[in-house]
Design a protein around this ligand. Structure first.
Ligand SMILES: Cc1cc2nc3c(=O)[nH]c(=O)nc-3n(C[C@H](O)[C@H](O)[C@H](O)COP(=O)(O)O)c2cc1C
Length: 200
């Protein structure tokens, strides 16, 4: 779909037809979203596709009641995590790097820098990267003919890691339900330009 149209026609959609999307298709969608930019290209996101019925039921218990139905009906449920161990991530990325200069950066310089991050700065880093990859994901979902939504309102605690058996280094950020839907959502209010743009 042409980008301007995609941007205008993407809306939050919270009802789905309940038909499961094949895992391989979900993975393709996530790998397209994974092209998002990130600070130092650290790609701090970690996607968990939830398919197991018992795990999904336990996850729903951690979601605010008003948000449950959209997850139950979705053709795919992805829990997006942020990697809190950027030092380890940089070292892991270094293993993939063949260019010696870049490898050195990933294996020594970046880890030292990440080690110096305050809790607040790490939080900012993860939150911004989460936002960027999520927006990419929403566009990819729409472009594939599906609809989707972003859910922040759930208990974003390590209980989610326990339920989904996910390493504690990853912190739960968002739940993204998506799937086929007859609903295409509707354009919601946006402030006029003079309210959100200043020229100095
Ligand atoms: C960070 C964030 C958190 C959100 N949390 C929820 C949520 O918990 N439940 C929900 O139904 N929608 C949630 N939404 C969807 C927003 O309500 C929706 O994107 C917003 O109203 C704008 O509408 P639009 O997406 O159709 O443009 C969230 C969106 C964002 C970006």
């Amino acid at each position: 779909m042409e980008f301007e149209l995609l941007n205008k026609e993407r809306h939050a959609v919270r009802t789905f037809d309940g038909v499961k999307i094949p895992t391989d298709t979900i993975k393709e969608i996530l790998m397209d979203a994974h092209l998002a930019p990130s600070g130092m290209n650290i790609q701090s996101w970690h996607f968990v596709i939830v398919e197991d019925k018992n795990k999904l039921a336990a996850l729903l218990e951690e979601v605010k009641p008003q948000n449950r139905k959209q997850i139950e009906e979705a053709g795919a449920v992805v829990v997006l995590f942020g990697d809190q161990d950027l030092v380890a991530r940089s070292l892991e990325m270094g293993e993939f790097e063949e260019d010696e200069l870049k490898k050195e950066r990933l294996m020594t310089r970046y880890p030292l820098m990440f080690e110096g991050f305050s809790e607040e700065y790490l939080n900012t880093y993860l939150s911004i990267s989460t936002g960027l990859v999520t927006m990419n994901l929403m566009y990819v979902i729409k472009n594939r003919g599906y609809e989707g939504n972003i859910i922040l309102e759930f208990n974003r605690t390590s209980k989610i890691n326990e339920i989904l058996d996910v390493d504690m280094r990853y912190r739960p950020e968002l739940i993204i339900p998506f799937g086929a839907s007859l609903d295409t959502g509707e354009a919601s209010f946006r402030f006029p330009s003079e309210r959100v743009i200043e020229v100095r």
